[in-house]
Each structure stands twice: as C-alpha cells, then as structure tokens.
Design a protein around this ligand. Structure first.
Ligand code: C5P
Length: 217
C-alpha cells in the first residue's frame, strides 16, 4: 500500500509522516531530503546555479540512502546539514530543475516498488504515485507553519526571526506552487487535514484513522 502525504513547507509533514510509517509498520520516504541532498552537493562544489546540467549530473551519480533514520549521501550522514538555512534556500535550484526531478522521481518509484510505504513531499499524490491507495494533503496556516519552523531551527541551534521565516516561507510556497514541473498541488482524491491547534499526537491519530479507512475499503 502507498500512502502519500503532500503539503506546504512547515506543515509538520516530516515528523508526522515518519511516525505514521512507524505506527503502520511501513517504510518511510522523505522526498524533500532528496532535493536537499542534491542542493548540498551543488553548494559544496560551489557550482554556478545557472548550470542546471551540473545538478542533473549530481542527481544521476549521487547515492542517497534513505532506508534508515539518517540521510546518507555518498556514504556520509548529512541529516543535520541538509536542514540548515543555507541548504533550504539553495534547494529551489534542485526542485526547479526538470532533469533533477525526473531522476529523483525515478528513484522514488524504485524505492516504493513492492513495499508498503508512507511517502512525503509536494508531488507524491499527484505526479509520482497517482494510483496511491491513500492520499493526504497536510496543511496549516502560514503563521503556524512559520512558528513551527522557528522552533525547529531553535532546537538545532539556529536563531532566526519569525518575520524572516514567514517571508522566506511565502516565497517558497509561491515557488513550490507555481513550478512548472512537480508543483505543490492537492490531488483531487486527497483528504485535506488542517493541523492548526492540533498536537502532533492528535494529527497522528487522525492520519492513522484515515489510512485504516482505506486499508479496509
Ligand atoms: O519538505 P522539505 O522542506 O524538506 O522540502 C525541501 C524542498 O524540496 C521544498 O521546498 C520543495 O521545493 C522541494 N520538494 C519538491 N518535491 C518534493 C519534495 C520537496 O520539490 N516531492
């Protein structure tokens, strides 16, 4: 069974989706981590971002292992580094690159082959797994999402102003929704869950209920 969880940045998708996968005994795929990993390779190589082909080469040659809790890029644990502000901002170059998307979508489908998985991103229910059995669109208001991101960064030792995050988030939302390839979209058959005012435990419970409905359908 394939469960897709799509939604905007900061809706709490990552941790909820991982916990949902654990709860169901499914594998978990964090597709944002893949785009982040490619951006990190670009940053490290100090590439000219206008040179999209270099990024496609990275996407084709990189080894990204997402099978465990950590994100392993070419043998190195980059779980922490890919969440930095610098990588977050550079990720748009990877996300907006058609060739990179093609390659990562191929890897995502390969990863899911024959498995029960929860996969999380922007285009999972629409483009990557249009036939997924259960699709969720997870959202929260912009203010709530920005507050969560500030808390998240603080727990990693990065201090940032709420207004700055809100501004970056609005820009990222626009880029994510207006992208020509793999834009953020709610699939027609996705269940929308608005998480404002809900605790993580409450959201998890709700998602488990939704999946069970489809499992028994
Ligand atoms: O979800 P996360 O914040 O880690 O994603 C980082 C970026 O990767 C997003 O802003 C989005 O642009 C991109 N992304 C994407 N398609 C996905 C997952 C993430 O374009 N399936």
């Amino acid at each position: 069974m394939i469960v897709t969880i799509d939604g905007p940045a900061g809706a709490g998708k990552s941790s909820i989706s991982r916990r949902l996968a654990e709860e169901l005994g499914f594998e978990f795929l964090d597709t944002g981590a893949m785009y982040r990993a490619i951006a990190l390779l670009g940053l490290r190589a100090e590439i000219d971002w206008a040179d999209g082909d270099r990024l496609v080469e990275f996407a084709k040659s990189a080894s990204i292992d997402l099978s465990g809790r950590a994100v392993i890029l070419d043998g190195e644990d980059v779980s922490h580094e890919i969440r930095s502000q610098q990588v977050t901002q550079a990720t748009r170059y990877a996300a907006g690159n058609v060739g990179v998307r093609e390659e990562l979508v191929r890897l995502q489908r390969e990863f899911a082959e024959g498995k029960d998985i929860v996969t999380e991103g922007r285009d999972q229910g629409t483009l990557v797994f249009p036939h997924a059995e259960c699709k969720v669109f997870l959202t929260a208001s912009p203010e709530e999402r920005a507050r969560r991101r500030v808390r998240d960064l603080a727990s990693r030792g990065e201090t940032v102003a709420l207004e700055d995050i809100l501004q970056q988030q609005t820009k990222r939302d626009e880029e994510d929704s207006q992208r020509e390839v793999g834009p953020l979209l709610k699939a027609e058959d996705a269940v929308e869950v608005m998480t404002d005012g809900m605790t993580e435990a409450e959201v998890l419970l709700k998602l488990v209920g939704i999946v069970q409905r489809y499992q028994h359908a």
